[in-house]
Design a protein around this ligand. Structure first.
Ligand code: SF4
Length: 735
């Protein structure tokens, strides 16, 4: 039973810490002996996807544990750390050293218990990811370095009720603090409180459940200690340096909520020994001793759940970059991956529901007024629940260092910035955007004008180096949206035109784009002069300029390196880069092939190219086309299959302009393979497609490509292709 009584003394806590450590050691010893008996001493033991064996044992003891017999060494070292139960005194100074040493034994034992659970297949638990792999450490480490994550909170136990649990986590999210939750008090776990309270957990929300028992907190501790080995370059076994690294450089803290028992106390001692302070809502005796954690606060209490996060931030000394944005909903990168479902939507703009666009334009310094935000047309109060409305977002920026080349890069940030607001969803770009404002955001007082407040603040905050002034018009009047749209489209076309004439052969460097990793964490777009990003917003020139503005951002130069297969567009340098940035999910990426290791797709593609085996060719469907296709699937079904950062041979998400590139699936024969596309896509590509057909000496191809007026299923399609003698039918087999 957990202790919550107010009469807990220093001695009681120390006794719990040391007693709990002994209990954990015995449990690990029992489980290990059982495993050796049942599986044999040479059976392998360890965690998936790590180079650090059992990481705590590796970092703190220098042990490389591969087998059950190796694991015996962990327990013999841990035994030497176990202290005797405390004598009859009541001061921390007397007990602290012994408690911390026993705590180290406790977390070593817990790590072994979890590894044995893996051996028996009882981990990971269904809705908790279990051991956190090295690749995750790398990507989160980068976010810690660049400030996207300001700290790491570990919540152990349970809050007083679901609402308090959700409020605490929301408070942490607002501060960009990565939150790991787990444990329970008398069978009630914070994991379930959050679930029941409707809070979405997952990496994209910065909230990860680690397990419902205390022992599994070790996944967080052995995650933190690997930072010392990975980023600190510290040698395994250098205990002091490892602990110093975590204490100084990993801004982590534990929130111990709802109750304490001896296993929790022992684990807490282990966390303290690793330099991680504890903030609790329990009436425990505080520990304020210099040299254990980064500051003297080691164990501090705060009973008010509304203040506990602030207390923790202060105790750990976390620096949070707070930019006050005057909107009535929370706003931070933690909300970036949040979706607003149809039934939760108050009003939506764009998509296939209403005309909408977003356009950013550079102006001279004296042409605009900084901070001016105009709403032209009805405000949200005049928009009915579950309705659609037109919206034009026109952003004018000026700055001494601003250049026209930067316009599309800044424009693309609209997607990221709007998604920062809780209850706002944004997808797409240019005149193919789609936004939703949730009912909750509306209830909180969110207005159309707040789009402007948010965007102006974020452009100043993140692009202050080039942007001095921002003026925004938000147009909800349909006639005005339609009047302004041609000017925006003219600018989009002019940007695309700038790329003409450049070829992939004329450069030795392509660019990456990983902006969409907020939704598809393993997705990498490789942008070349002849293949733009699949959302259609990033050309090679755009990616290059984006890299110049933000050298450490999502657009990085990639040297092509040695050729692996020139016809398929495979280079060693691209493969190595994509392998790293896809978190080892993709080892080879072809730039010109649909079949052999094609590029991954996130979800932002303008069109999907899909193989039609019966026709020995491909069909292309654009996002706006809602009808049936000869692939037997509508765009939405295809999109679910293709997206998510996966390589799907035979299917490809692409930007429209890639269709008229000479490199369009050139490994499979290019343009001649296109057998079907919707009429509106054919018309939108218009002159460009006609010109490409002529260049490829296929002047009559355009008429031979079927559309929905001719066929929407494959048998009809093949009949038509035979009738018009489509060249795909006489090409080598696609598969
Ligand atoms: S689709 Fe590709 S190019 Fe476009 S924003 Fe996403 S990652 Fe970047």
């Amino acid at each position: 039973m957990s202790k919550t009584a107010t009469d807990i003394t220093v001695k009681t806590v120390a006794a719990l810490m040391i007693g709990g450590s002994r209990k954990l050691w015995l449990e690990a010893d029992d489980l290990l002996n059982k495993a050796i008996k049942e599986k044999g001493p040479t059976s392998q033991v360890g965690f998936p996807e790590t180079a650090f064996y059992l990481p705590l044992a590796n970092a703190l003891l220098g042990l490389e544990t591969n087998t059950l017999s190796d694991a015996k060494k962990i327990l013999s070292s841990a035994m030497a750390l176990l202290a005797e139960l405390p004598a009859d005194e009541n001061k921390w100074e007397t007990f602290l050293k012994d408690a911390l040493s026993s705590g180290v034994a406790a977390i070593l034992a817990e790590e072994l218990i979890c590894a044995l659970r893996y051996l028996y297949g009882s981990e990971p638990q269904s809705d908790c990811p279990g051991f956190l792999p090295d690749t995750l450490l790398r990507s989160l480490g980068i976010q810690l370095v660049d400030g996207r994550i300001s700290g790491i909170a570990v919540i152990l136990g349970r809050a007083k009720d679901e609402k308090a649990a959700v409020d605490i986590v929301r408070d942490l999210q607002k501060r960009n603090i990565l939150t790991l939750v787990g444990g329970n008090v008398d069978g009630v776990s914070i994991v379930d409180q959050l679930k029941d309270g409707g809070l979405h957990t997952g990496l994209e929300s910065y909230v990860i459940p680690f397990g419902r028992d205390t022992v599994s907190i070790v996944y967080v501790l052995n995650f933190a200690i690997r930072a010392a080995l990975t980023f600190g370059g510290i040698k395994a076994g250098n205990t002091k340096a490892c602990v110093d690294y975590v204490r100084q450089r990993v801004p982590a803290f534990v929130l111990l909520l709802g109750g304490v028992d001896e296993v929790k106390a022992a684990t807490g001692a282990g966390a303290l020994a690793a330099g991680v302070p504890i903030i609790t809502d329990l009436d425990l005796p505080e520990v304020r001793v210099p040299g254990v954690c980064a500051h003297e606060e080691c164990l501090v209490k705060e009973f008010d759940h509304k203040k506990i996060v602030q207390k923790a931030v202060e105790a750990r000394g976390i620096k949070i970059k707070i930019t006050h944005i005057p909107i009535p909903v929370p706003c931070s990168a933690a909300f970036e991956g949040e979706r607003v479902r149809k039934e939760d939507t108050h009003v939506q703009f764009g998509g296939k529901y209403s005309p909408a666009f977003e356009y950013l334009k550079m102006r001279k310094m004296d042409e605009i007024e900084d901070g001016k935000i105009d709403v032209i047309g009805p405000e949200i109060d005049l928009m009915q629940e579950a309705s659609s409305a037109p919206l034009g977002i026109i952003i004018e920026v000026a700055g001494r260092k601003m250049a026209q080349d930067y316009e599309p890069i800044l424009e693309r940030q609209i997607h990221k910035f709007l998604n920062y607001a809780m209850g706002i969803f944004h997808m797409g770009q240019r005149d193919m955007n789609w936004m939703r404002i949730s009912k909750d955001a509306k209830k909180a007082g969110f207005k159309i004008k707040h789009f402007g407040d948010l965007l102006a603040a974020k452009f100043h905050d993140e692009y202050g180096a080039i942007v001095d002034k921002v003026q925004i018009r938000l147009v909800t009047d349909e006639d005005e949206v339609k009047r302004l749209l041609p000017e925006a489209r003219k600018a989009y076309a002019a940007r695309d035109e700038r790329l003409r004439g450049m070829t992939d052969e004329s450069v030795d460097t392509f660019y990456s784009c990983t902006l969409c990793q907020s939704f598809a964490p393993d997705h990498v777009c490789v942008v070349s002069p002849e293949r733009l990003g699949l959302c259609g917003a990033y050309s090679w020139l755009d990616a290059k300029a984006a890299h110049e503005i933000t050298p450490t951002g999502g657009n990085q130069p990639i040297k092509k390196g040695n050729v692996v297969d020139i016809a398929k567009g495979i280079w060693q340098g691209i493969n190595t880069f994509v392998h790293n940035e896809s978190h080892q999910r993709v080892s080879q990426m072809s730039i010109y092939s649909l079949i052999d290791s094609p590029m991954t797709s996130c979800g932002c593609f303008e069109c999907i190219v899909a193989i039609v085996p019966e026709a020995n060719g491909v069909m292309i469907v654009n996002r706006e086309y809602a009808g049936e296709t000869p692939a037997g699937m509508k765009f939405t079904t295809l999109a679910n299959m293709v997206g998510g950062g996966n390589q799907t041979p035979g299917f490809l998400g692409v930007g429209r302009l890639y269709i008229v590139s000479k490199k369009f699936i050139s490994a499979e024969g290019g343009l001649k393979r296109i057998v079907w596309m919707p009429k509106e896509l054919k018309e939108a590509l218009g002159e460009k497609l006609k010109k490409r057909c002529e260049e490829a000496l296929l002047a009559d191809l355009l008429e031979k490509i079927a559309d929905e007026t001719v066929a929407t299923e494959s048998i009809e399609l093949v009949k038509y292709l035979e009738k018009v003698k489509h060249p795909a039918l006489s090409m080598p087999p696609l598969m």
